[in-house]
Design a protein around this ligand. Sequence first.
Ligand SMILES: Cc1cc2nc3c(=O)[nH]c(=O)nc-3n(C[C@H](O)[C@H](O)[C@H](O)COP(=O)(O)O)c2cc1C
Length: 218
Amino acid sequence: MNGPHFAGAIERAGADALELNLFTLPSDLHATAADIENRYFYTIRQVLREVKMPVSIKISYYFSNLGAMLLRLSETGVAGLVLFNRYYSPDFDIDRLSLSNGATLSESGDYRRSMRWIAIMRDKIRIDLAASTGIHDAPALIKLLLAGANVVQVVSAIYRYGPEHISAILRQLTRWMEKHNFADVESFRGLLQQSQNQSPEDYERVQFIRDFRGFTGD
Ligand SMILES: Cc1cc2nc3c(=O)[nH]c(=O)nc-3n(C[C@H](O)[C@H](O)[C@H](O)COP(=O)(O)O)c2cc1C
């Protein structure tokens, strides 16, 4: 059975929806960006042909034209994009001079890439956006909702703190909403997306230079 047929089998087994994890490390020196991108569109077409249930795709940020690629992916017929997956990365053992296992779990600051891209793309993409990577606590959850995420995914924090951590995060979310007089999540979802900000260019800032003033004595 090949990939798309698995999707059909999963639907027939009773699944309500399917998340496709699409990624190959773009290390093929002979592939063009278009070759790699076309593999994504080909797979999505094949899977959507097989199933009627909603399909979301979880992807990486390894695209030279990330914004345009996210837009094109959102127009394929998938129901949602998950930004972004986090992949296994090997490490080096400097005593054994060999490859070793990299960190399995994300760190709590790792949510920022997803936050920026959801904030930038929210008003340009019509389908649901799920935030993934580095969401370990209520502040990160709230930030991703402020960016415009429809849902967030939590994996490493559950491994680290146990499933009851989700209840703690939700209690903190409720307290934060009461403090800010938000009756429901819709009242603040997307409030800090790029298009609603006075300085949209700040969402695209990539240089640290302003932060060096303190170090240089300016
Ligand atoms: C132990 C472990 C196993 C994972 N296995 C998969 C997997 O099989 N397929 C997949 O798409 N993502 C897998 N992931 C990635 C997670 O689904 C998630 O995208 C990633 O961990 C980022 O979220 P987090 O920061 O909340 O952990 C795995 C993550 C961890 C920590």
